[in-house]
Design a protein around this ligand. Structure first.
Ligand SMILES: *Cc1c(COP(=O)(O)O)cnc(C)c1O
Length: 433
């Protein structure tokens, strides 16, 4: 057996025996995984259904058309493209379609939960080739719509690309649309994290407010790694050429052949999402996040925005003078896999942020409910309490050495491993689908 298969087995075991609490992660169904690993991977099909650059695409055309129809039907939109390779290419393609190099674009800054592709300065495509202006959060960690409005009036962006990976509260899409419309800007909602919650009706829908909605398909949607670009009725009304512009931006603009195996997986996940069972799932994701938040608050932790209205929450570790790195590393040893994250107005750099981000989509897929969230909160509180003495050095150059030493110290720590074995017992009761 190829060593790779041994490693896949190991990864499967890890995913089964630990708590997957990174909010962007989830477990795709067996059907989705089968489609992705199917013979569809063998076929080239540059172009679109009925107008491909290669022969032999009759069946691929049917698959892609079905995926598009399912997306249009589920989101009630006039246009869907399922070819973007992933969320980042999808956003780049939207920019390529609608703005010129040097044009002003606007988005939520990375440190406040925006994505790299929303105009993060200097080091990204979106930040380097466009005049990117960004907004942050207020002192309480909330979006300040008045301030965004004022900034928009001043900067006059041509396009606003807005979405988040860490904002625990719901977006007010109506207000954002009023702001964008007041200057005639494109409003693109990046719903990557929350698309499954929107389907379930437990998160505000951007579909009547934005012109375009982009989304990954592998997060709360539970599909394969990929993305969609959806044009709303409002978007097509603003510019009837919008669908053609998006099509062209994807190919020939930025991509070659679509990943047909992924397209099939997306089609399956859309069908799976168009069910009452999925809506129940989405509702439970939010209920679980709320239960987790309230248990952590009861345990004395500080949360950004004091709680959550979605699938994720961010613990602010500043009152404990703890580093996100120390906490995330320790939780991993305890079988709880989360990630460190910046908190609003974090004075620490993104590599050593002061927060911890936790999400419930994957745990909920395994069938865990509020009761399990309480138990998990207890473990998290215990771990945080246990590592309280370990402060990240003030001197930046001393940090990496400290964390390395810390990691090797805790890797065999009896207390943390004890929690890991309790975690494993819980996981065995909730098998991965
Ligand atoms: C995950 C995510 C992306 C990027 O998706 P990739 O598939 O990792 O490229 C973009 N925007 C938001 C808001 C995301 O959450």
């Amino acid at each position: 057996m190829d060593k790779i298969f041994e490693l896949i087995k190991k990864e499967e075991k890890r995913q089964g025996e630990t708590l997957m609490m990174i909010p962007s992660e989830n477990y795709a169904s067996k059907s989705v995984r089968e489609a992705v690993g199917s013979v569809l991977i063998n076929k080239y099909s540059e172009g679109y259904a009925g107008r491909r650059y290669y022969q032999g695409n009759k069946i691929i055309d049917e698959i892609e058309t079905l995926a598009i129809e399912r997306a249009k039907n589920l989101f009630k939109v006039p246009y869907a493209n399922v070819q973007p390779y992933s969320g980042s290419p999808a956003n780049s393609e939207v920019l390529f379609a609608l703005v010129e190099p040097g044009d002003t674009i606007m988005g939520l800054e990375l440190a406040s939960g925006g994505h790299l592709t929303h105009g993060h300065p200097k080091v990204t495509f979106s930040g380097k080739y466009f005049n990117s202006v960004q907004f942050g959060l207020d002192d309480k960690g909330l979006l300040d719509y008045k301030k965004i409005s004022a900034q928009t009036q001043k900067e006059k962006p041509k396009l606003m690309l807005i979405g988040t990976t860490a904002y625990p509260l719901a977006f007010d899409w109506k207000k954002l649309a009023e702001i964008a419309d007041s200057i005639g800007a494109w409003l693109v909602a990046d719903a990557s994290h929350v698309i499954g919650l929107i389907i379930a009706g437990v998160y505000p829908s951007p579909f009547t407010h934005a012109h375009l909605v982009t989304s990954t398909t592998h997060k709360t949607l539970r599909g394969p790694r990929g993305a969609m670009i959806l044009a709303t009725a409002k978007g097509v009304k603003k510019d009837p050429e919008l669908p053609a512009k998006i099509d062209k931006a994807i190919i020939p603009g930025m991509q070659g052949g679509p990943h047909n195996n992924t397209t099939a997986g997306i089609a399956i996940s859309l069908e799976e999402a168009n069910t009452p069972v999925f809506k129940t799932y989405g509702k439970q994701v939010v209920k679980n996040a709320r239960a987790l938040a309230s248990a952590l608050l009861d345990g004395g932790l500080t949360l950004v925005a004091n709680g959550t209205e979605c699938h994720l929450l961010v613990v602010d570790l500043r009152p404990l003078e703890l580093s996100g790195n120390v906490v995330a590393q320790s939780l991993e040893v305890a079988g709880i896999v989360a990630n460190r994250n910046s908190v609003p107005n974090d004075t620490m750099p993104p590599f050593y942020p002061s927060g911890l981000r936790l999400g419930t989509p994957a745990l909920t897929t395994r069938g865990m409910k509020e009761k399990e969230m309480k138990q998990i909160a207890t473990w998290i509180l215990k771990v945080i309490d246990y590592v309280k003495p370990y402060k990240l050095p003030e001197k930046p150059e001393a940090r990496s050495t400290f964390l390395k030493a810390f990691r090797s110290k805790i890797e065999k720590d009896k207390f943390l491993l004890g929690i890991a074995s309790e975690v494993k017992t819980l996981c065995q009761k909730f098998p991965v689908p």
